[in-house]
Design a protein around this ligand. Structure first.
Ligand code: SF4
Ligand code: SF4
Ligand code: SF4
Length: 548
């Protein structure tokens, strides 16, 4: 066996500020079987050249240790470098950055630990043997989980490049949360007008196979060769026959809360998910249907002119073979019931509920009303950071709620020129192109900005709502009375995102959002090769950030 070369990286001061590189060099140089070198940035061109020069000058070196950062970052760079002189696998990386300098502050102790890590790598590399590579065919099909804006966009990008995409969506229609919004900042475009063509493009794309009412329930295999089990719930309506005439919904005797409209109105046990849904077809909510649960009724089956209702449909499982997986399972609003934020009163609503009221096809036909009695609100108050930036609930900033509340306040001003509009905030966060300008424009719309966290919301004697707040901008206590209170509710990963973390064995943070391999340089990769995250499954973000 030949000698071992040990290369110590300073990584600027990322490693060298905490680990005494010169001391390590001196220590390891005592061993005559080691050739020891150090460099400011080993991964740089100059650093790699130093490795090659060292191997040229020391022909008796047949393996090496690179003491630097995580192999997750630069293993491929060093492998390509090593293979110019030796077998590509005759090296070992010792992670003295993430595993040492970044997590310690005591220089002496960190240097001792770095010594042990490197010593371990030196011992390990003695067992390396030259190995070759084999070519393994990879599946060219891709699975995208979640058909909101991020999942649809990813599917189209892949499909346009010639990959066959399975797009799995747990709801009866694709489109996700964006279909529920009225307008989108900072352009005030109609949300449905923006997302609807994308939904139709997805449906029409020859390389995309849509699987609605479906969920991923199992995974095995590895990058390039994954086996995925997908479970599809019965729709009880034949997609090829249904013409979306709506007759079944009209005649169905069972009324249920309309989940799509967040319970603000009712629908029937059989219904089309929403105007413009894709696929545009009815489906039956199993739990509500009399025929499925009690063996009676069957009216929809009798009245359907297309003979589309099919109670013989069963839950199905399907095995898909794919080379890569994209997780786009999105976010949901945090349930704040039974917290100090969500006073149980119909006139305390969330931002998303307001969006549904703003939409002309929504539960109120585009009229914004107080849900308690249908009256027009004279005073509307937005409460920001409801559950966000709060150690008792979510510590993080939900990122988009300042902007969507500003947008909704503007819309309220346009709808109600004489109304009082308040916004209680901690501070307004409007980063990103055109957002600050958008906020500045909104400030000209006579919106009372109150800088403070409100007290508990309570009933006012006149049937309205009130809370107290200390306005830091004016140094005054205020009592704010309102007809309608709109909460900028904290966002959290959707149930689907949490489930996928388990099924696909993905890492997630304390906040339960999925963790990328590296927040800066590998923001869509995960620690599992071939599985990627896009959109809000990784953290709250705007529509534009979901697709760029
Ligand atoms: S299931 Fe039949 S009745 Fe219902 S929307 Fe479809 S075609 Fe019309
Ligand atoms: S069979 Fe079920 S879905 Fe059909 S009309 Fe009756 S209750 Fe409604
Ligand atoms: S975006 Fe604004 S409202 Fe939302 S949590 Fe952050 S600071 Fe609060």
């Amino acid at each position: 066996m030949g000698k071992t070369a040990v290369f110590l990286c300073h990584c600027g001061d990322n490693i060298a500020a905490t680990v005494d590189i010169e001391k390590l060099k001196k220590e390891f140089s005592k061993d005559k079987n080691l050739v020891v070198k150090n460099h400011m940035f080993l991964c740089s061109e100059a650093g790699q050249q130093m490795i090659l020069d060292t191997l040229d000058k020391n022909k008796d070196v047949d393996r090496l240790v690179i003491a630097s950062c995580s192999p997750k970052h630069h293993w491929n760079i060093f492998k390509d470098c090593v293979k110019q002189k030796l077998n590509a696998y005759m090296f070992e990386m010792a992670n003295i950055r993430e595993h040492c300098s970044w997590v310690h502050s005591d220089r002496e102790e960190a240097t001792k630990k770095a010594y042990s890590i490197i010593k371990g790598a030196i011992n390990k590399v003695q067992h390396h043997e030259p190995i070759g590579t084999v070519d393994v065919p990879v599946k060219r099909d891709v699975l995208v989980i979640g058909a909101g804006i991020a999942g649809m966009h990813a599917s189209l990008e892949l499909a346009d490049k010639g990959f066959h995409v399975y797009l799995v969506e747990k709801e009866a229609s694709i489109g996700g949360n964006m279909t529920k919004l009225g307008r989108t900042f900072p352009t005030d475009d109609c949300s449905m007008c923006t997302v609807s063509p994308i939904m139709n493009e997805v449906k029409a794309h020859p390389n995309i196979e849509l699987l609605t009412l479906s969920e991923v329930v199992g995974l095995s295999g590895r990058v390039g060769d994954y086996n995925v089990t997908v479970e599809t719930k019965p729709r009880y309506v034949d997609l090829d026959r249904c013409t979306a005439c709506g007759l079944c919904t009209e005649k169905c005797p069972v009324s249920i809360p309309n989940n799509y409209n967040l319970g603000l109105d009712k629908t029937k046990a059989i219904h089309i998910p929403f105007d413009g849904s894709v696929p545009n077809a009815a489906f039956i909510e199993e739990e509500a249907c009399l025929k499925i649960n009690k063996g009676v009724c069957g009216i929809c089956e009798k009245v359907c002119p297309a003979d589309a209702v099919d109670f013989n449909q069963k839950k199905e499982r399907r095995e898909l073979k794919v080379g890569a997986i994209v997780v786009a399972t999105g976010y949901q609003q945090t349930d704040l019931s039974n917290t100090e934020y969500y006073y149980e009163h119909p006139d305390v609503i969330t931002g998303l509920e307001l969006e549904r009221m703003i939409v002309p096809s929504g539960p109120t036909g585009g009229k914004v009303v107080c849900p308690s009695d249908g009256r027009e609100p004279k005073t509307i108050t937005f409460i920001q950071c409801a559950g966000s930036r709060d150690k008792r609930h979510k510590e993080y900033c939900s990122n988009i709620c300042c902007m969507y509340s500003i947008k909704n306040a503007k819309i309220m001003r346009a709808k109600f020129p004489d109304a009082t509009i308040n916004m209680c905030y901690i501070d307004i966060r409007a980063p990103g192109r055109r957002n600050e300008e958008y906020y500045a424009l909104a400030r000209e719309k006579n919106i009372n900005m109150i800088m403070g966290r409100p007290s508990q919301i309570m009933d006012a004697p006149d049937g309205r709502l009130f809370f107290d707040v200390f306005d830091k901008a004016t140094n005054k206590f205020m009592r704010v009375e309102s007809d309608l209170i709109v909460l900028a509710t904290a966002l959290e990963p959707s149930e689907g995102t949490k489930r996928m973390a388990k099924v696909l064995h993905l890492q997630y943070g304390m906040d339960k959002f999925l963790s990328p391999l590296h927040v800066k340089i590998a923001p869509v990769d995960t620690t599992t090769e071939g599985i990627y995250i896009v959109g809000t499954a990784e953290g709250p973000k705007s529509i534009q950030d979901c697709i760029t």
